[in-house]
Design a protein around this ligand. Structure first.
Ligand code: AMP
Length: 549
């Protein structure tokens, strides 16, 4: 028997129309660098401008069907307009990661066959030199301050964003889109091999955004303002732009002002109740407000993920009245795959192990662990395995490119279609995930596994330590052993032997690193995570000043 329910496609268009109409007074505030004059735009205005952009893309630029329109932009109101205009007209929004090396950007744009790029003026120094290598790009649309002369003589046609949309109709006869069609495209920031394209459908975005809005996830409403630090070019800013248009959550957008000092200033002035970013951002902000105290207490809750959150960081923010809430996800999972809300009825002390775990899976994300031999191991809080997931907002394949077929590499997808995350961990009986490592970062020492993340967290609990990254290095006797690289806080000096003694208090003796290096900074990937590949190479090339203890 079929249901008697209406079959209404779940589309980004519907989110746009809803947010514009029902939450028209909610606001997007974009930081301009001048605290007196942030740009303020209501959802009603943003929605109307998104419609004008869609008209311009169709009538002036000739975007048709599922052609790709790329963005090379910071987090700002215009980027939100593109987020809604492009998928709603049936085209595909391709968010470009502005921190990628030039040759990867070129590869990605060509692989996706982007027809137009909307770019922030401040990023023209990055884009302009690449244009001769981007034959599919016929149009460049420039928004915001920046030196336009950099585009002089370039092949694509150049448009001013504001001129392009000015005077266009504020209605559009939106096409009725199949909810399984592509809405957005984002390439993984993988540090090895070629980047892989993940194509989000209208349906996956819609369902993921509803999940983001549940109380067990970010659970925000129109009484909240969310500081969206996580870039719009990185997995749709964790779904926030879509989720906010569903629920009327106000957005505070940092644009290019991502350094700790302006972030502290915008928090103190605009008083967001929520924020989302990777741990390195919160590390930097903590150092800033320690040196120059600011009131961050409006931020009741912060979603932190993208890399493991050191427990010491959580404790430090607790003291500032800011609760960091751990979440796990990947480009392939839209991204939110877990959220660490402790179960009900626990004391603060009992809550702690749940808070530092990666959290629980929401309905819609099924999880299992594949042990070392590929066998499925139980959720018993002890058996470790590679996390595999499936669900309606989890990728089932990668984009094959403009002329290729989608592909499912066997190291990324199981035979029965689950996504192999490459993350190793355990799951408790009550469904909390604790990641112990990336499959490729785990240290295999004499037949035992050592978690690099556990060692990092334990070292980062030392009061003189700002950051620590531990990697596996080859060892003749044990196969691999851990190497600890440590960044000290400003003005601190502490020896490696003292750090090792400190670590010995919380870690089994056989896991203690013999090799230590005090470094000025930990190399980071394009999205702000520790780049362990670079550290391993520095060690192999003899570039690290290592002490052996
Ligand atoms: P990306 O696709 O660039 O977002 O990277 C996804 C990867 O980031 C995951 O597979 C994890 O290895 C890592 N990651 C994301 N969130 C967390 C977290 N809360 N704790 C530990 N690792 C995380």
């Amino acid at each position: 028997m079929l249901s008697t329910m209406q079959d209404v496609p779940l589309t980004v268009t519907r989110i746009l129309v809803h947010g514009t109409l029902v939450h028209g007074t909610s606001q997007i505030t974009t930081w301009t660098g001048d605290a007196q004059q942030p740009q303020r735009r209501s959802f009603a205005e943003t929605g109307a401008r998104a419609v004008q952009l869609a008209n311009a893309l169709r009538d002036e630029i000739g975007i048709d069907g599922d052609q790709r329109v790329a963005t090379l932009m910071w987090n700002n109101a215009e980027h939100v307009e593109a987020y809604f205009a492009v998928p709603s007209m049936g085209a595909v929004l391709h968010t470009l990661n502005l921190r990628l090396p030039a040759e990867q950007l070129v590869w990605i744009v060509n692989h996706a066959a982007d027809r137009a790029i909307i770019v922030n003026g401040s990023l023209l120094p990055l884009l302009a030199p690449l244009l001769p290598d981007l034959p599919t790009v016929e149009h460049v649309v420039v928004s915001g301050p920046g030196d336009r002369s950099l585009l002089d003589g370039c092949a694509p046609r150049v448009h001013e964003y504001e001129d392009l949309i000015a005077g266009r109709p504020t209605t559009y006869d939106w096409p009725e889109i199949d909810e399984r069609q592509a809405a957005a495209l984002c390439y993984t920031s993988g540090t090895t091999g070629e980047p892989k394209g993940v194509v989000y459908s209208h349906r996956s975005i819609y369902l993921h955004s509803m999940q983001v809005n549940t109380a067990q996830s970010m659970g925000l409403t129109d009484t909240d303002t969310s500081l969206v630090v996580v870039p719009q070019f990185h997995v749709n800013a964790w779904g926030l732009p879509h989720a906010t248009f569903m629920s009327g959550i106000n957005m505070l957008m940092p644009d290019r002002f991502l350094q700790p000092a302006p972030l502290a200033e915008m928090i103190e002035q605009e008083k967001p109740s929520h924020a989302a970013a990777v741990p390195t951002i919160w590390q930097g902000l903590l150092a800033e407000v320690t040196a120059h105290p600011r009131d961050l207490s409006s931020m009741k809750r912060v979603t932190i993920g993208g890399a493991a959150c050191p427990p010491a960081l959580m404790e430090a923010y607790d003291k500032l009245g800011v609760r960091l809430c751990h979440a796990w996800g990947m480009t392939e999972t839209s991204p939110l795959g877990t959220n660490s809300n402790p179960p009900a009825g626990l004391s603060a002390e009992e809550e702690w192990p749940y808070r530092v775990s990666q959290g629980r899976f929401p309905v819609g994300v099924e999880a299992r662990l594949a042990g070392p031999g590929g066998e499925i191991v139980p959720w018993d809080g002890e058996s470790a395995g590679e996390l595999e997931v499936r669900g309606p907002w989890i990728a089932g394949a990668y984009f094959g490119g403009a002329n290729g077929e989608d592909f499912r590499p066997s190291d990324k997808f199981s035979d029965d279609g689950w996504l192999k995350t490459g993350d190793v961990g355990i799951i408790s009986r009550d469904g909390y995930l604790t990641l112990t490592d990336r499959a490729k970062d785990v240290i295999k020492s004499g037949g035992e596994w050592i978690s690099s993340v556990d060692l990092e967290n334990a070292i980062m609990a030392h009061p003189a330590v700002a950051e620590a990254a531990v990697v596996a290095v080859p060892d003749r006797k044990w196969g691999e052993r851990p190497l600890a690289t440590v960044v000290l806080k400003e003005g601190q000096s502490v020896g490696c032997d003292e750090l090792k003694d400190f670590l010995a208090r919380s870690v089994a003796k056989w896991q203690l690193p013999e090799r230590w290096a005090i470094v000025p900074s930990v190399p980071k990937t394009s999205v702000g995570k520790f780049d362990k590949k670079v550290i391993r190479k520095q060690y192999a090339d003899g570039q690290l000043d290592t002490t052996t203890l």
